[in-house]
Design a protein around this ligand. Structure first.
Ligand code: ADP
Ligand code: ZN
Ligand code: ZN
Length: 699
């Protein structure tokens, strides 16, 4: 929007002045006005004085009259034109996110930029010469090849073709659910849909939960799509990139040299002038939810962005979230189903091993041990999935009952085995570390025993049981060094590993060609988590890890050990019956009025003392009644009692939460908008830190 200088400026001491309104990354719900000596388009980044500091901000409006007395208004320090102004649809997306998630606009916009574009030091200081983009430009330039359609391979089956055609036929906005079992060839559908969009001259945003773990997808995108749109056509964005790489990806997609953005949740904010298609792979994955700062759902923002731009969005999953499934059932989303595996291999057979009356050894049933042995004898690989890292979740004194607790958290410390069997205790909540005591601190008994097991202990046991097998472990500990995850996965793919032990890291998206068996330990731990979404998450996770078995070898098998084989989750898994499970889950949610039949927000408070956190929440709860006029929609809103979090204390901070719920989303939004205005002051009075989360995934 270009300003009419005659309206939007004042003439002052012979010079024409313009007012700009700027969003800054400060925890205030305000925007800030500055004075400029030339028209600065909305969306432009500027450096402005703020208190004693200088900050990078984004121009969001050109007010006719400033909000303050003009004499109090400071001048813009610098106009940053090394990138084009942020486009209008980007500004709309950020404004929506700020409104919906109840955050200041600047706290949404600025953190969405690559760090180099929002740091004043990148422009002012020693290394400033022209800013980071100019420095970047000096490094490289390649030409863009002529677009030509590559050979589509392999040939699509009928179900895939129907989905591809449907996506291509979409005019305007539609949300499409691509519901396909693991190995059904969803990726092939995405690739074809992306090719079609690129062929129309559009850009494609391809969101995945995790990139580092699945280089296969990046490789096939590169191979298949860059001959269509040129070698620089693929930009990749995730939080593990160096600042320079992130900047490069951002600039190339904003300028349009890059045509496909493959990224994790943060890529939802990539400026894409020609955006024509959004793909959200594994749409149910909780990694799409940002868990600090602006707590957004990239999946939900993707749907909003697609609607705003009037383009299709494809959500893919073998186990869609119940929210998404409900939309599809009601006809809000178009659903396409890939019911069979794309290759001529059957889905793996699922077996439940009832562990209640079995003699277990180190957590393994005889059935599972036998099955592993058989696979190894056949030259196949086996995977043992246990979603708990470390050696054992707690150390225990048999004579007095002492357990290893974290001194700073209401949690156990986990026993970890270091190199040369050098053990230590570690808190997974706050990072606290301690040596393993030689004797019980309470009674002096020297017989301290690790209770339960994690990946390390399972790895150790398997190595003892199968001394000839090459055992590898993949979890957050074994992959801490950059590149080590990729190296470990490469070994598995190269057949240099016979037995793999892993956490959820191994469940996502991998196509292991020689893996015949998946064994699942300790699944029950997730079954009885307090969170109402726990069964849904468990089902998705087990389906996903099960999907690693028998993708290329015949007779794939999944063995789940459980004390509760009759539970609905496990029964549905036996049949690979997602839709049965979803029907059951939705009926249950409906009966008790939980999402997707209700909308929620969670107010969390943190303080040194739990009592302070609870007091704040109690007062917050009674805020609406103080001024009924401003909360006219309150009748539709339920505010539950404040309660301590399950892990109350983390790093000596105590936490409590208050759940807000309504069957009416606009009503909840209106309530939150008014409520959040009052929370800031209240929190200052109560001396607590708080966070308001809209659509929380874990409550
Ligand atoms: P999903 O993402 O649904 O789990 P993938 O897209 O990884 O499944 O596909 C599984 C395997 O099937 C891959 O090896 C892929 O190359 C192959 N595949 C996909 N479509 C076809 C097809 N139409 N014919 C033969 N193989 C296919
Ligand atoms: Zn003791
Ligand atoms: Zn701790």
């Amino acid at each position: 929007s270009v300003v009419d200088p005659s309206r939007d400026s004042i003439v002052h001491t012979g010079r024409t002045l313009f007012w700009i309104r700027v969003a800054l990354d400060v925890p205030l719900l305000a925007l800030f006005d500055y004075r400029a000596i030339a028209v600065i388009p909305v969306g432009t980044r500027v450096i402005v004085p703020f208190g004693r500091r200088k900050l990078v901000g984004i121009v969001v409006a050109l007010p006719v009259t400033p909000a303050l007395d003009p004499r109090q208004i400071k001048n813009v320090d610098q106009v940053l034109d090394d990138t084009p102004p942020m486009p209008p649809d980007w500004l709309r997306l950020a404004s929506f996110a700020a409104r919906y998630y109840q955050r200041p606009l600047g706290e949404v916009m600025l953190p969405a930029l690559p760090p180099s574009l929002r740091k004043v030091t990148a422009y002012q200081g020693k290394r400033s010469a022209g800013g980071p983009v100019q420095r970047m430009d000096n490094r490289r330039k390649k030409s863009v090849a002529n677009p030509a359609l590559p050979d589509p391979h392999p040939e699509l089956n009928a179900e895939q073709a129907a989905a591809v055609d449907a996506i291509a036929a979409v005019q305007g906005h539609t949300t499409i659910l691509l519901y396909g079992v693991t190995g059904s060839g969803k990726t092939e559908v995405y690739l074809h849909a992306a090719q079609a969009a690129l062929g129309r001259g559009q850009q494609v945003l391809f969101l995945v939960p995790e990139i580092n773990l699945t280089p296969q997808l990046e490789a096939s995108l590169r191979a298949r799509l860059t001959d269509l749109a040129g070698p620089d056509a693929l930009a990749v964005m995730h939080s593990g990139l160096a600042d320079g790489e992130r900047l490069q990806a951002w600039v190339s997609i904003q300028r349009g040299t890059a045509r496909i953005m493959l990224g994790t949740r943060l890529a939802i904010f990539a400026p894409m002038p020609d955006l024509g298609l959004i793909i959200v792979d594994e749409e149910h994955d909780t990694s799409y939810k940002q868990q600090d700062g602006l707590r957004y759902s990239a999946r939900d923002l993707a749907i909003w962005r697609a609607r705003d731009r009037n383009i299709p969005v494809v959500l893919g999953s073998a186990t869609p979230s119940l929210e998404t499934w409900n939309h599809a059932e009601r006809g809000h989303y178009q659903r396409y189903t890939l019911a069979r595996r794309a290759r001529a291999v059957e889905l793996p057979k699922v077996r439940l091993v009832d562990t209640r009356r079995l003699a277990m050894k180190e957590g393994f049933s005889p059935h599972l041990i036998t099955a592993v042995g058989e696979r190894l004898a056949r030259g196949e690989q086996a995977l043992i999935f246990i979603n708990r890292r470390g050696y054992a979740p707690v150390l225990n004194c048999a004579s007095c009952g002492w357990v290893s607790n974290c001194p700073r958290c209401t949690a156990y410390t986990v026993l970890h085995r270091g190199s040369a069997r050098h053990n230590h205790l570690q808190c997974h909540h706050c990072g606290y570390q301690a040596r393993v005591p030689r004797a019980c601190p309470d009674c002096g008994d020297q017989d301290l025993k690790p209770m339960g097991r994690g990946t390390q202990r399972v790895e150790e046991h398997l190595a003892e049981l199968f001394p000839a097998a090459r055992v590898a472990r993949i979890d957050a500990d074994s992959t801490r060094l950059k590149g080590s995850a990729a190296a470990l996965f490469a070994k598995v793919h190269a057949g240099e590993v016979d037995l793999l032990v892993g956490t959820q890291m191994v469940a996502k998206g991998h196509d292991f060609s020689n893996l015949g068996l998946v064994g699942v330990l300790n699944a029950d731990a997730m079954l009885f988590a307090q969170d109402f979404r726990a069964p849904e998450r468990l089902f998705a996770q087990l389906m996903q890890v099960a999907g690693r078995a028998g993708r290329h070898v015949a007779g794939g098998e999944v063995i789940i050990q459980t004390d509760y084989p009759e539970q609905a989750v496990y029964q549905a898994l036996l049949q690979h019956d997602y839709s049965g499970f979803a029907d059951y889950g939705l009926a249950e949610r409906k009966a008790v009025g939980l999402p997707p039949y209700a909308f929620q927000a969670l107010l969390t408070a943190e303080a040194r003392e739990l009592s302070a956190a609870l007091a704040f929440l109690s007062q917050a709860r009674s805020l609406p009644t103080q001024d009924p006029e401003s909360f006219s929609t309150a009748s539709a809103i339920t505010l539950y009692d404040p309660v301590p979090l399950r892990v109350v204390r983390v790093a000596n901070i105590e936490r409590a939460q208050l759940l807000v719920e309504s069957a009416n989303r606009p009503a909840l939004q209106a309530f939150l908008a008014a409520w959040s205005l009052a929370l800031g002051n209240l929190a200052r009075e109560c001396r607590v830190r708080y966070n308001l989360e809209v659509d929380p995934l874990e409550i």
